[in-house]
Design a protein around this ligand. Sequence first.
Ligand SMILES: *[C@@H]1O[C@H](CO)[C@@H](O)[C@H](O)[C@H]1NC(C)=O
Ligand SMILES: *[C@@H]1O[C@H](CO)[C@@H](O)[C@H](O)[C@H]1NC(C)=O
Ligand SMILES: *[C@@H]1O[C@H](CO)[C@@H](O)[C@H](O)[C@H]1NC(C)=O
Length: 335
Amino acid sequence: MPFLGVGLGLLILTGSSCFVLGAFYEHCDFLRNLHELIQEDPYAFYIREKLYATVATAFNPNCLHRMPDSCSRMSEIMKYGFPGLDDIRVYSDFVLSYDRRNRVAHWVYEHLRAPCVKADGTNINRKECWYQPDMSVPSNFRANLTDYKNSGFDRGHLAAAGNHKCHQTHCNETFYLTNIAPQVGKGFNHDAWNQLEIYVRELTESYGSVYVCTGPLYKPKRQLVGIATYSEHTRPTDEKWCVEYEVIGENTVAVPTHFFKVILVESKMSGGHPYMEAYIMPNAPIGKNINIRNFLADIREIEHIAGLQFFNGIRRSFFFGTNYSTTPEIYNNFQ
Ligand SMILES: *[C@@H]1O[C@H](CO)[C@@H](O)[C@H](O)[C@H]1NC(C)=O
Ligand SMILES: *[C@@H]1O[C@H](CO)[C@@H](O)[C@H](O)[C@H]1NC(C)=O
Ligand SMILES: *[C@@H]1O[C@H](CO)[C@@H](O)[C@H](O)[C@H]1NC(C)=O
């Protein structure tokens, strides 16, 4: 068996040189295979330094520091492509891109599966999860707990804690401040936004597999500027588009003006086309009894404002459809 093991190792090794130019999650897959090999084969364990050294250039540092398991999970989560490639951070059950300037993620990507969003029969304890800064972010780009304290804003989850109930570590990691953004509490985080999160979990329970990408928007708005008081006429040129947002704490954490969610529901039929829809909600007290479908948005608008591109891997025409105006329509028409 040792020979077979080493043979396998060399095979993977040769394979890895092709991976160097490929997407980097494939390196993670290689790492995982290597890890498995080492566990099975004592000989491979002794030459592991050599194996690692040979492919060192292919390693993604994120994969080295976390469990190799999370790397293969990453290729699953990112199946439909990366919306952007800025400062990618891989956690055990979600992947995010961190915006160092704003100290809030650009986007957070999750792949939800029915068993992990169920409220009952889980052994995870939210009380064991603590909000904490992610110390792997360089200190001058890092948000910390003091920034949020007395800011008047909630520490709002981008990847919702309730979506990651399969493992305590998965839930724990959603509390890293890299996955948190300042959100209006009453009327938004506790209400409208929470309803949207519940809706995504309901979709997951019905269809089994849902991809969701969540992030902040800093949306331009039309403002009247520099109107001379002596003038009797306000000309249209006195209006300009401006982006305006608050920043909180010493680390100037940005308060997004809006939040988006792009949702892709995989079909239960084999070979079926996925269904897609997107939402934009203002970071403001919206209220409790609202119809979330009032906030349906054009995915292209989100791409334009955020500078991201969603589901790059597939043509738009491949999608089953977008934008049903009522929730029952989805449940009736999409399988
Ligand atoms: C938070 O960051 C600020 C600015 O970098 C620093 O002065 C403060 O000590 C930090 N607070 C904690 C609790 O780390
Ligand atoms: C979750 O976080 C808490 C507090 O930081 C810690 O005590 C616990 O061991 C963590 N659990 C896991 C499974 O990582
Ligand atoms: C989805 O609905 C929103 C709101 O009604 C609309 O602005 C947008 O153009 C629609 N998007 C698509 C792709 O049909």
